[in-house]
Design a protein around this ligand. Structure first.
Ligand code: NAD
Length: 371
C-alpha cells in the first residue's frame, strides 16, 4: 500500500503526476512544502489489527503523530515503544489510563477496541480532558452514541468517528459531482458490504463486545455511504434477515441483512450487509442524468471508481494517513470536513442501525425522525 511519502516522491519524479495533483485540493496539500503548523499528539488505545494499521499509516502523517499507547498487554506496549519511540510516561493500561489527564504531551486518544467498549472508554477519555477519536461503529446503539456526544460536550473536548472514507479522494470527487448536479436527480443507491468471517470465538461474534453482527461491522459502510452519496438523511427503513448458520451466528448476531432506506427527495437505497460472502464491497449511485460505481468502494484501497463520464484517476494515498492529518486539522484548527466525522454523524448511523434491527425483527417499515 503506498504511503504519503511514496506518493510525494512519485509525483515529484513524474511529469504526469502534476495535472492529477492539481485536480485535487486535498492531495495538493500533501506536496505543499514543509509543515510548520500544530501537531496532533495521539495515543492509540487497543493495539490490535486495526490499531496496528493506523499506527503504521501515521508514520507518513505530517500533522498527527503517535506519541502514546493504552493496552492491557505489556509485551505489545514494549514492542510499540521501541518501534515508535514512545516514552514510558506515555504508556497506560485499561486500569490507569484516567491518569492521562495529567499528561500535557497527549492531545487525543484514538479508541480502537471492540465496539462494546467504545462508550465506556470514550466517557473516561472525555473526563480526562482529551479529544476522542473513536472507531466505527461509535457504540452499540444510538443511546450509547448520544451519551458519548453529551459526555464530550460536557467535558469540552471533541469527538470524531473513524470514518476514513470521508477523506478519500474518489469518494469526495463523486460527492462533489452529485452536489454539482452532474448525476441529475438521484433515484437509486445500491450498497453491498460483506466478507466471510472466520474464527467463531472472536469478539465480533460476541454480542456483548460487538453489539451485533455484520451490520455493526461492515453493513454500517453501506448505511453511511448511502447517506453521503445521496446527500440526504433517510426517513424510513425496511429490512429482512437471513441466517444460515445459527450456531456460529447466535441470537443478536446478524449474519445477513438486506435493507432498504427511503430518502425525502424520493431516492431509495437497497443494501446488503453480510458475513457470508467474501469481497462484497460495491456502491452504485444512479441519477436521472448519470451514475457512479465504486468497486471496491470502502476497502483499504486503492478504491476503483467510474462514472458515466469515465474512470476516476485520483491517486491512492493510505486512507488512515489522510484521515489522521485531516482530523488533526479538525481538532486543532477547527477545520470543517466536506463530509462530517463528528459524534453527531456517528449517532445518525446508530439510529439507522437500531431501526434496521427493529424492522428486521418486526417485518415492519420503521419511520426515522431527525430528532
Ligand atoms: P482486534 O481484535 O484486532 O483488536 C482489538 C484490540 O482491543 C486488541 O488489541 C485487544 O487486545 C483490545 N481489547 C481490549 N479489551 C478487550 C476485550 N475486553 N476483548 C477483546 N479485545 C480487547 O480488532 P480490530 O479489527 O482492530 O477492531 C477494533 C475496532 O476497530 C472495532 O471497533 C472495529 O469496528 C474497528 N475497525 C475499523 C476499521 C476501519 O476501516 N475503520 C477496520 C477494522 C476495524
Amino acid at each position: 500500500m503506498s504511503s504519503r511519502r511514496e506518493f510525494v516522491r512519485k509525483i515529484s519524479t513524474s511529469a504526469l503526476g502534476l495535472p492529477v495533483l492539481l485536480n485535487s485540493s486535498n492531495l495538493f496539500a500533501y506536496a505543499n512544502g514543509p509543515y510548520n503548523g500544530p501537531l496532533l499528539r495521539v495515543a492509540i488505545m487497543g493495539l490490535g489489527s486495526y490499531g496496528t494499521r493506523v499506527a503504521e499509516a501515521m508514520q507518513s502523517c505530517r500533522k498527527a503523530k503517535l506519541v502514546g499507547v493504552i493496552s492491557g498487554t505489556p509485551s505489545k506496549v514494549t514492542r510499540w515503544q521501541s518501534k515508535y519511540d514512545i516514552p514510558d510516561k506515555n504508556c497506560y493500561n485499561y486500569k490507569n489510563f484516567d491518569n492521562i489527564k495529567d499528561n500535557p504531551d497527549i492531545d487525543a486518544v484514538y479508541i480502537i477496541t471492540p465496539n462494546g467498549l467504545h462508550c465506556e472508554f470514550t466517557l473516561r477519555v472525555a473526563r480526562a480532558g482529551k479529544h476522542v477519536i473513536c472507531e466505527k461503529p461509535m457504540g452499540i446503539n444510538a443511546k450509547e452514541g448520544q451519551q458519548m456526544v453529551d459526555a464530550c460536550k460536557a467535558a469540552n473536548v471533541k469527538l470524531l468517528i473513524g470514518y476514513r472514507m470521508h477523506f478519500e479522494a474518489k469518494t469526495l470527487k463523486i460527492v462533489g459531482m452529485r452536489k454539482n448536479g452532474e448525476f441529475g436527480k438521484i433515484i437509486f443507491f445500491q450498497g453491498q458490504s460483506g466478507f466471510i468471517i472466520g474464527d467463531p470465538n472472536q469478539w465480533r461474534l460476541n454480542k456483548k463486545l460487538s453489539g451485533g453482527g455484520a451490520m455493526m461491522d461492515i453493513g454500517i459502510y453501506s448505511i453511511n455511504g448511502a447517506r453521503y452519496m445521496i446527500g440526504e438523511e433517510p426517513i424510513w427503513v425496511t429490512a429482512q434477515e437471513t441466517k444460515n448458520d445459527p450456531v456460529k451466528f447466535k441470537e443478536g448476531i446478524d449474519e445477513t441483512i438486506q435493507f432498504q432506506m427511503g430518502f425525502p427527495g424520493g431516492a431509495v437505497a437497497s443494501c446488503l450487509s453480510t458475513y457470508a460472502v467474501n469481497h462484497l464491497d460495491r456502491f452504485y449511485l444512479a441519477g436521472i442524468e448519470g451514475w457512479a460505481e465504486m468497486q471496491p468502494s470502502t476497502g483499504y484501497g486503492p478504491i476503483k471508481a467510474r462514472t458515466h463520464k469515465g474512470e476516476l484517476t485520483d491517486p491512492h494515498i493510505t486512507h488512515q494517513t489522510v484521515q489522521m492529518d485531516e482530523m488533526a486539522g479538525i481538532l486543532l484548527e477547527n477545520k470543517q470536513p466536506v463530509i462530517p466525522v463528528d459524534g453527531e454523524e456517528g449517532v445518525k448511523d446508530m439510529k439507522i442501525i437500531d431501526a434496521i434491527y427493529k424492522a428486521a425483527k418486526s417485518g415492519k417499515k420503521i419511520a426515522l425522525t431527525s430528532s
